[in-house]
Design a protein around this ligand. Structure first.
Ligand SMILES: CC(=O)SCCNC(=O)CCNC(=O)[C@H](O)C(C)(C)COP(=O)(O)OP(=O)(O)OC[C@H]1O[C@@H](n2cnc3c(N)ncnc32)[C@H](O)[C@@H]1OP(=O)(O)O
Ligand SMILES: CC(C)C(=O)C(=O)O
Length: 515
C-alpha cells in the first residue's frame, strides 16, 4: 500500500464525456499540460477506440507529458485494448484502463453476458493489455450494485490476470459513505492478492455524495481516487478533484494521508478548464468558486480582520488565489507579468507570454491599474481565442434613442483560410444586430438561449466577461469572451460558439472520411 493517495484525473475522459464539455485535441493538450503542472499521478487522456481524434489526442498527450502516467480507457475487447496500447506507446509511463460491467442489471440488459463470460472477457482483456504495458487498471463498472461474492470473484480473477490497480466505480452515484467504507474494507482484507494491488474509487455525484464517498473509500483502504477538475463528468459529474485534494490536505489530522498535488495550481487549472469548455464555475463552488474565499457580511469581515482563521479553513494562496499586492500597470514588464500569471496558476510558454504581453500593454494603457482578474481574462482569452478558425477583424455598432433608426452593426470577420467577410445588420437591439451579422457571415443559424455579461475586474474600465448559450439543430453550445468593451466581449463569446460548431463539424467530417 502507498503512503499517499494517488490522484487519477479523468477530466479529459469522463469529464469530456459530459454534454457541453467536449474539447479539441489542442485544448486537451493544454489541459494535460496544466494537469501535469498540478502533479496528478495519472492523466486519463481519453478513450482511444472512440474516434481517430481521441486516439490522436491521447497519443499527442503521451508524447508531451513527462512525469504523470498517461492512460487510455478500453472496453474488454481486442480492438479497444490494441487502440489504447498504440495510443499510449509514446508515453514515458503509460497505462491501459480496461473495464466491464459486473452488476446484474448491466449483465442482463446491457451486455447480455452471464457471470462466467464477464470473468473470461476481463481476464483476456487484462492479459492482452499486459502485452503493451505492465501498468493495467481494471474496473468493474457499476461495482456498487454488484453482488459482493461475485465482485470478489471478478477482482481476484483480474489480479491473477495481471491488473495492478483495481477500480471500484460507483457508476451511478448510488452509494453512501458508510457503505463504501465497508466495501473497501471488505475488498482490501478479503480479496486474495489484495496486498499486491492498489484499490481505487471512482464516484459519481448523482446524489451529491461523490467527494464524501471518495473520502470514505480512502478511509476503507482506497489509495487511488478518480476525479475531475470542477467535478465535471457524466450526468451530475465526478468527484471534484480540487475538493477531494483539499479535504485530504486540510484534514490530514483526520484522514492521516495526503496526495502529492501542487495545490497552488488548482485555481488556474480550474479557470483554464472553464474557459476552454465555455462552462463557468458557479460562484459558490467549493475551493474554486469566486465566493470560496470572499467575505461580505460585517460579522465575518470583522472576524477575518482580527484573524483570517475565524472564517477560513484554508489559505487562499494554497489553491492559487493570489493575495499579492504588487501593482501591475503600463510600466510593468514581461518578468512581472509572467510572475503574476504563475502566481495565478498559469504556466506560459514564451509565445503565449509574448502575445499576452502585447494585449497587457494595450489594456494597461487604457486602465490605471491591471488587476489579477484582468490578467486571468487575458490568459484565458488567449487560450480560447487562439483556437479559431474565425476571428473579429473589426466591429462597429451604432445605436441610440431615435426610435426611427434601428441599431446597426458592421462586422468584419477573418477566417484562418485567409478570407475576410463583412456584413451589416440592422435589428431591434444592438447585440441582436451583432449576433445576426456574425451568424450571416459564418452561415451558422443558431437560437440564442441565454446571454449574460458580468464585470470580472475592478475600476471604471473593468474587464467584461460575456457568456452565451445557443442551440443548433443538434446540440447546445456555450461560449465566453472577455474585453473592456462589453459589445466586443459579447461578440467574442458568440464567435467562440461559432468556432466550436465549425471545429466540431470539421472533426466529424474528417472522422466520416476515414470510415
Ligand atoms: C461508465 C463509463 O463511463 S464507460 C465509458 C463511456 N464512454 C463512451 O462510451 C465514450 C466512447 N464511446 C464510443 O465512442 C462508442 O460507444 C464506441 C466507439 C466505444 C462503441 O460504439 P459502437 O460500436 O457503435 O457501440 P455502442 O456504443 O452502440 O454500444 C456499445 C457496445 O459495447 C459493448 N460494451 C459495453 N461495455 C463493454 C465492455 N466494458 N466490454 C466489452 N463490451 C462492452 C455493448 O454491449 C455494446 O455492444 P454491441 O454493439 O455488441 O451491442
Ligand atoms: C469506466 C468506469 C471507470 C466509469 O467511468 C464508471 O464506471 O463511471
Amino acid at each position: 500500500m502507498t503512503d499517499r493517495v494517488k490522484i487519477f484525473d479523468t477530466t479529459l475522459r469522463d469529464g469530456e464525456q459530459a454534454p457541453g464539455f467536449s474539447m479539441s485535441a489542442g485544448q486537451k493538450l493544454a489541459m494535460a499540460e496544466a494537469l501535469e503542472g498540478l502533479r496528478v499521478d495519472v492523466i486519463e487522456a481519453g478513450f482511444a477506440a472512440a474516434s481517430p481524434g481521441d486516439f490522436e489526442g491521447i497519443k499527442a498527450i503521451a508524447e508531451m507529458v513527462t512525469e504523470a502516467t498517461v492512460c487510455s480507457l478500453a472496453r474488454c475487447n481486442e480492438g479497444d485494448i490494441r487502440a489504447s496500447g498504440e495510443a499510449i506507446k509514446p508515453a514515458r509511463s503509460g497505462r491501459i484502463h480496461t473495464f466491464i460491467a459486473t452488476s446484474p442489471l448491466h449483465r442482463e440488459f446491457k451486455l447480455k453476458m452471464d457471470k462466467d463470460e464477464i470473468v473470461r472477457r476481463a481476464i483476456a482483456a487484462i492479459e492482452l493489455a499486459r502485452q503493451y504495458t505492465d501498468d493495467v487498471e481494471f474496473s468493474c463498472e457499476d461495482a456498487i450494485r454488484t453482488e459482493r461474492d461475485y465482485l470478489k470473484r471478478v477482482v481476484e480473477a483480474a489480479i491473477q490476470a495481471g491488473a495492478s490497480t483495481i477500480n471500484i466505480p460507483d457508476t451511478v452515484g448510488y452509494t453512501t459513505p458508510e457503505e463504501i467504507t465497508d466495501l473497501f474494507q471488505f475488498l482490501t482484507t478479503e480479496v486474495e492478492g489484495a496486498d499486491d494491488v492498489i484499490f481505487s474509487a471512482h464516484c459519481h455525484d448523482d446524489l451529491g455524495l461523490a467527494v464524501a464517498n471518495s473520502l470514505a473509500a480512502v478511509r476503507g483502504g482506497a489509495r487511488q481516487v478518480e476525479c475531475a477538475l470542477n467535478g465535471i463528468g457524466e450526468r451530475a459529474g465526478n468527484c471534484a478533484m480540487e475538493e477531494v485534494v483539499m479535504a485530504l490536505r486540510t484534514r490530514r489530522d483526520f484522514f492521516g494521508i495526503d496526495t502529492r498535488v501542487r495545490t497552488e495550481g488548482i485555481y488556474g487549472a480550474s479557470k483554464l478548464l472553464a474557459a476552454i469548455t465555455g462552462n463557468a464555475v458557479p460562484r459558490n463552488k467549493a475551493i474554486v468558486g469566486k465566493n470560496a474565499f470572499a467575505h461580505e457580511s460585517g460579522i465575518h469581515q470583522h472576524g477575518v480582520l482580527a484573524n483570517r482563521e475565524t472564517y477560513e479553513i484554508m489559505k487562499p494562496e494554497h489553491v492559487g488565489v493570489s493575495t499579492d499586492n504588487l501593482v501591475l500597470g503600463k510600466h510593468s514588464g514581461r518578468a512581472a507579468l509572467k510572475n503574476r500569471a504563475e502566481k495565478l496558476g498559469f504556466t506560459l510558454s514564451d509565445n503565449q507570454l509574448q502575445s499576452i504581453f502585447v494585449a497587457f500593454k494595450e489594456l494597461a494603457d487604457a486602465k490605471k491599474e491591471v488587476f489579477d482578474s484582468d490578467i486571468e481574462a487575458l490568459v484565458l482569452g488567449e487560450a480560447v481565442g487562439s483556437v479559431g478558425p474565425w476571428e473579429i477583424e473589426s466591429l462597429y455598432v451604432s445605436a441610440g434613442s431615435d426610435e426611427h433608426r434601428m441599431p446597426k452593426a458592421t462586422v468584419a470577420l477573418k477566417h484562418k483560410d485567409g478570407r475576410t467577410q463583412t456584413h451589416v445588420s440592422e435589428m431591434a437591439g444592438p447585440m441582436n444586430a451583432v449576433f445576426d451579422a456574425i451568424s450571416r457571415i459564418t452561415d451558422t443559424p443558431m437560437t440564442l438561449e441565454h446571454y449574460a455579461v458580468t464585470s470580472v475586474s475592478g475600476g471604471e474600465d473593468a474587464m467584461a466577461e460575456a457568456t452565451v448559450r445557443v442551440a443548433t439543430e443538434f446540440e447546445t453550445y456555450q461560449g465566453r469572451g472577455a474585453s473592456t468593451d462589453t459589445v466586443l466581449a459579447s461578440a467574442r463569446a458568440y464567435l467562440d460558439v461559432i468556432n466550436r460548431v465549425e471545429r466540431r463539424t470539421v472533426r466529424q467530417a474528417s472522422i466520416a472520411a476515414q470510415h
